[in-house]
Design a protein around this ligand. Structure first.
Ligand code: F0G
Length: 458
């Protein structure tokens, strides 16, 4: 008999970081003081930190060694050229502007390409991406397929674009009003869901016909490539590395938060294949980030990114990465916890609408559930529902269809035993779900309110 091959890690542990263990009494006090917002907890009061996969990666021995070779020259540092070379080689974009992280790149790109009154269609919004589009005078329009808004729909590529939705926008506004289509690989807010190569190729054909750019939010491109390899027949014998390069080749430029797939703790960049756009970005980066050969990063950060990009494209790495997330998801399903399906790339998204049907969306079910999970076990998660969605330009709330709590997995950080503790904790909370109350918002910041909003129990 042939046994199945498990997803085990292609690395071993060389150094450990000790964690503080807390009591339920400590945690009740801490979350109350934090205004029931997991962003306002002190990290040292957290046991397993699933707030985000952003900047929380464990770097490899090779990345740590690369840090030591960082060239800290203000201008023209060797480390910049190493990073630029890695981006050109593995992603294929021509011109690179380093930035301190993803939103720095979004700011510059949005300011350059968007004019007031423009429409920016995209495969679901991301918080910072949409805000920069709006601050530049644009209006985001969601053109993701309907299946993406349904947590139970098993479509293998819920990140796909609905070309009819796009065509309707082009007919209504004209292609001149659409500076680019914003395409995220592995759509974060949909639950870490991929776009298929077939869909991207169709989109490419359409945009070429209408003279519209595709700008690629490539924050989780390697995870998306892994799903293409697993789910698209034509790609089953291609490597993640080859697939990533092909995805990028179908787009005109990119913004990247290297804090995710590129396996570092800080960094990002903007990329473009257009000289004019590059020229302007190179001017603008000096105002907002730093010189065009460091963009807010230390030389050592750029060295770590150069190594991290390559490591992220290893098939075995992605197999273990997504395998761990799937392990956690299946464990939760054994306890009947409602989660977004198919299981995504960077975390498990618990469906708070189904988990807490007695709460209305205005009682912040996801926010409340994230606080309860923290109280139960010290596991920190993040709200991805009405609080994250924020308000429209006219001041009214967005009411997103998805009301989720994200259990986001840092890369190469936690073990399988940690996964068991997390699943048991959400199962405990599920057992007492009928007793969970909603929250009211008592402080609301103007921008990206989810980061700093404060709540009280109803
Ligand atoms: N695009 C996507 C899809 C992201 O997930 C993020 C960050 C950004 C852009 C912005 O990048 O943080 O480097 O400025 N997402 C983090 C998260 C914050 O927790 O999902 P950044």
């Amino acid at each position: 008999m042939k046994h199945k091959k498990s997803w085990a890690e292609p690395y071993r542990i060389k150094m450990v970081e000790l964690l503080k263990m807390t009591s339920e009494k400590d945690r009740k006090k801490a979350i109350k003081e934090a205004g029931y917002n997991t962003f306002l907890l002190k990290a040292e009061d957290v046991y397993i930190d699933l707030l985000t996969d952003s900047g929380t990666n464990a770097m490899s021995d090779m990345q740590w060694s690369a840090l030591m070779t960082g060239d800290e020259a203000y201008a023209g540092s060797k480390s910049f050229y190493n990073m630029e070379k890695a981006i050109q080689k593995y992603y294929g974009y021509k011109y690179i502007i380093p930035t301190h992280q993803g939103r720095g790149a979004e700011n510059i790109l949005s300011k350059i390409l968007i004019k007031p009154g423009d429409i920016v269609p995209g495969n679901m919004y991301f918080t910072t991406t949409r805000l920069h589009q709006e601050l530049a005078g644009g209006t985001f329009a969601d053109i993701i397929i309907d299946e993406a808004h349904d947590p139970k729909n098993l479509h293998p590529f819920k990140g796909n674009v609905d070309l009819d939705k796009l065509d309707a926008l082009v007919k209504k506004h004209g292609s001149k009003k659409i500076p680019y289509i914003s395409i995220a690989t592995n759509v974060n807010m949909a639950g870490g869901q991929p776009i298929s190569m077939a869909n991207l190729k169709e989109l490419r054909a359409y945009t070429q016909k209408h003279g519209i750019r595709i700008i690629h939010d490539m924050t989780r491109v390697a995870e998306n490539a892994y799903f293409i390899q697993q789910r698209e027949e034509e790609y089953k014998n291609k490597s993640v590395m080859e697939i990533v390069k092909e995805i990028c080749s179908l787009t005109d430029g990119a913004t990247m938060s290297a804090k995710k797939d590129a396996l570092v703790n800080i960094g990002g960049f903007m990329a473009t294949n257009e000289w004019d756009v590059y020229e302007e970005a190179r001017n603008m980066v000096v105002v907002y980030e730093g010189l065009h050969t460091y963009g807010g990063l230390a030389g050592r950060d750029m060295e770590a990114i150069a190594v991290g990009i390559k490591e992220s494209l290893d098939d075995n790495h992605q197999h273990a990465r997504v395998g761990q997330v799937e392990y956690l998801g299946h464990k939760m399903m054994e306890f009947n916890v409602p989660i977004v399906l198919p299981i995504g790339g960077h975390g498990i998204f618990v469906d708070a609408k189904e988990f807490l049907p007695h709460l209305t969306q205005d009682q912040f079910p996801s926010q409340s559930l994230a606080a309860e999970v923290y109280i139960d076990s010290g596991v920190r998660t993040m709200e991805r529902g009405i609080v994250s969605a924020g308000r429209k330009a006219d001041g009214t709330n967005y009411y997103p269809k998805l009301e989720l709590v994200r259990f986001t997995m840092p890369r190469r950080v936690y073990t399988q035993a940690h996964m068991d503790v997390i699943a048991e904790s959400i199962a405990n909370v599920y057992d007492r779900r009928h007793k969970i109350k909603g929250l009211k918002m008592v402080y609301e910041p103007k921008y990206l309110r989810f980061f700093q909003a404060r709540f009280e129990k109803l």
